[in-house]
Design a binder for this molecule. Sequence first.
Ligand code: AHG
Ligand code: MN
Ligand code: MN
Length: 332
Amino acid sequence: MTKKNTTLGEFIIENQGSFQYSSGELSKLINAIRLAAKVVNHEVNKAGLIDIIGAAGDTNIQGEDQQKLDVLANDRFIQTLKNREIVCGIASEEEDDFISINSNDNQHQNKYVVLIDPLDGSSNIDVNVSVGTIFSIYRRVTPLGTPVTLEDFLQSGDQQVAAGYVVYGTSTMLVYTTGDGVNGFTLNPAIGTFYLSHPNMQFPETGKIYSVNEGNYVHFPQGVKDYIKYCQKEEGDRPYTSRYIGSLVSDFHRNMIKGGIYMYPKSSMASEGKLRLLYECNPMAFIAEQANGRASNGKQRIMELKPTELHQRVPFFCGSRKMVEKAEEFMK
Ligand code: AHG
Ligand code: MN
Ligand code: MN
């Protein structure tokens, strides 16, 4: 049992052996993410100070305005991973296509691909509300020594070897899993070190919080409307309380600690909802299941869906197991 004041660096070394394909490569990769998280944290913290707020004047592939900090976080993560030559490919919510990584002395010899949402909750940056980063790691399926292909990225969530998020909140935390439970580390900004603060995180089986953008209520499918009415009904332990930050990472993090359900359903305006299967839903689903929670598209487990495209969207219901199961009953 790891002691609570262990640093993330020590934790990665101590737990390297528990990972089934352990070769040190995954540890190096998580170390690189740890470093990138500190760099982005530094940028996020400066957001109010220098002129990095506001639209970069560009749009990403999904036609959304990119914030300058989106671009910065994207660049920092990609650069950190590229420089350390520890992944063979990266896909990012902010890039049109995946990036194949290769160097002269390491011809496509790395095993892992990384998928990232470099800055989640970007509409919250310029109002000083928590944002995050989400990452997901897979082993490539194409042979070593060859360039990565789309196939390496379009794997079902069940194939993930690690996933995590960083929440840049009142404190900065890195939370991740390698398939052996979920652990949370809090950054001590004075010395730039993450410490294990939340060992073995677990969703309470049920909770009292529901998180959904209720402004879209009239556009939701009937089952979702009925479930929301159920959450509001005075009966048993209800009504539940409504909490919606608008940063998936922050809403998820709170619900994992307190017990709750996060929902981004499809609607008459967005036939597959808004969240991206590969950059947001799969990694959060892996963490949720590792923490005794559940993640579904309303009908089936998120992680068993077979992705068909890089920027695919999917309806998302995630959180305390009993709450997600109840929501699914309403959507049958
Ligand atoms: P991103 O900033 O990476 O585009 O993600 C924003 C996502 C998610 O974090 C959040 O829960 C959701 O969009 C909020 O969407 P609405 O404003 O439509 O509720
Ligand atoms: Mn996001
Ligand atoms: Mn984003």
